[in-house]
Design a protein around this ligand. Structure first.
Ligand SMILES: [Zn+2]
Length: 381
């Protein structure tokens, strides 16, 4: 804005600082969050309206066009209202969790994949690198933020990984006093908007009995800007990182305004086969489609409830725990405060493809000796 002002008024020599001072003091204007992924529904609406408006000038049958414009405008207003609902829910949950010590709200998401070696050489564009994943669990009441970091040789980014990471967060980082958890997360079906995740939460409340209730709220597509995105924005993606540990350090140093990020170096032993484990005691297939769901509500001892709008009626689904008639293994009975965990997902580190391994061997020559050794020993096919 300052640059534009100078262009428009070349004779008015005002410094950036003075301009900023006047702007903050004399105007009641604030800035919204930058949208990282623009909403396709809203973009489509803007284009349609533009086309109709230009058609209005050439065409004499204006009434029909005006009606269509009105219909589209109502539709888009409704869409935006729904999007706002997600944000106001999140705001309310944050406020509540600050007031009540037994209530917490979190948002969680994977950052865009990081790479190693992340170095400045033109070769980078032609060679495959090792991906590094960063999963962020952000606590809304305190703004405390946890980053789980691991390379693709330690684990994947599927439903079992999300369940395992969240399980670790709940038992190792969430205040033990918290009994009611609200989760805000992206509608990604390959990660958390799926039946495996819903059963995992039901198990957490009803069998592990760690929590008394969990509510998950999913955003409208395109309007999913969350605290996690703000956190990812603090990370300089151009930082030099030779090995995955370098990204851990960069994340640890990324936040200055609040307490630094709590960065967790994840090993493959953190991941467990939740889907397979839950298949033993829950139905394998969901009786309801998960794609249109906006909210999931799980209360101890009650049926799982879900709804496809933010304010509409709840529907119930029974997750009747199956009793196996003949189990080959004798069942060892558990006490009230005990529970079982699934098996480990991976026996060891995951091998990367031979092609990727070959590419990385080319890139490693621009790295330190320690990094070269790391890359030479990467498990691969
Ligand atoms: Zn939109």
């Amino acid at each position: 804005m300052h640059t534009m002002f100078k262009e428009l008024h070349p004779n008015n020599k005002i410094s950036y600082e003075s301009y900023r001072q006047v702007f903050c003091r004399d105007f009641n204007i604030s800035f919204g969050y930058p949208r990282t992924d623009p909403c396709s529904a809203c973009d489509e609406f803007i284009v349609k309206i533009k086309n109709l408006e230009s058609g209005k000038l050439e065409n004499t049958e204006n009434l029909q066009i005006s009606m269509e414009i009105k219909r589209l405008t109502t539709e888009n207003t409704l869409h935006k209202k729904k999007a706002e609902m997600f944000y106001s829910r999140k705001k309310m949950a944050k406020k509540n969790s600050r007031k009540n010590s037994n209530t917490e709200a979190i948002c969680m998401d994977f950052a865009k994949n990081l790479q190693v070696p992340n170095i400045s050489t033109n070769y980078i564009y032609y060679k495959r690198q090792l991906s590094v994943y960063a999963f962020n669990v952000h606590v809304l009441s305190t703004s405390g933020s946890n980053f789980y970091v691991y390379s693709e040789s330690k684990g994947k980014k599927g439903p079992d990984n999300v369940c395992s990471l969240l399980h670790n967060f709940i038992y190792s980082h969430l205040d033990p006093e918290v009994k009611h958890l609200k989760i805000f997360c992206d509608s990604c079906s390959g990660q958390q908007k799926n039946f495996a995740f819903f059963r995992f939460l039901h198990n957490l409340v009803n069998n592990e009995k760690r929590l008394e209730s969990v509510v998950v709220t999913f955003p409208i597509r395109g309007h999913s800007y969350m605290e996690c995105d703000k956190n990812f924005g603090l990370v300089n993606k151009k930082s030099r990182a030779e090995v995955p540990e370098d990204w851990l350090q960069i994340l640890e140093d990324a936040r200055h305004s609040l307490t630094p990020f709590n960065v967790i170096n994840v090993n493959h032993t953190l991941f467990r086969s939740w889907t397979k484990f839950l298949d033993n005691s829950y139905p394998k297939k969901s009786s309801f489609p998960s794609r249109p769901i906006r909210e999931i509500n799980i209360q101890r001892g009650a049926l799982l409830q879900y709804r496809t709008t933010y304010n509409g009626a709840w529907e119930s689904a029974s997750l009747q725990v199956k009793r196996r008639k003949s189990s080959r293994l004798p069942v060892c009975h558990l006490k009230d405060n005990e529970f079982r965990l699934p098996e480990y997902s991976y026996e060891g580190q995951l091998p990367i493809s031979a092609e990727k391994f070959r590419d990385i061997q080319h890139l490693k020559k621009f790295c330190s000796r320690a990094a070269q050794e790391f890359f030479a020993n990467l498990p691969h096919q």
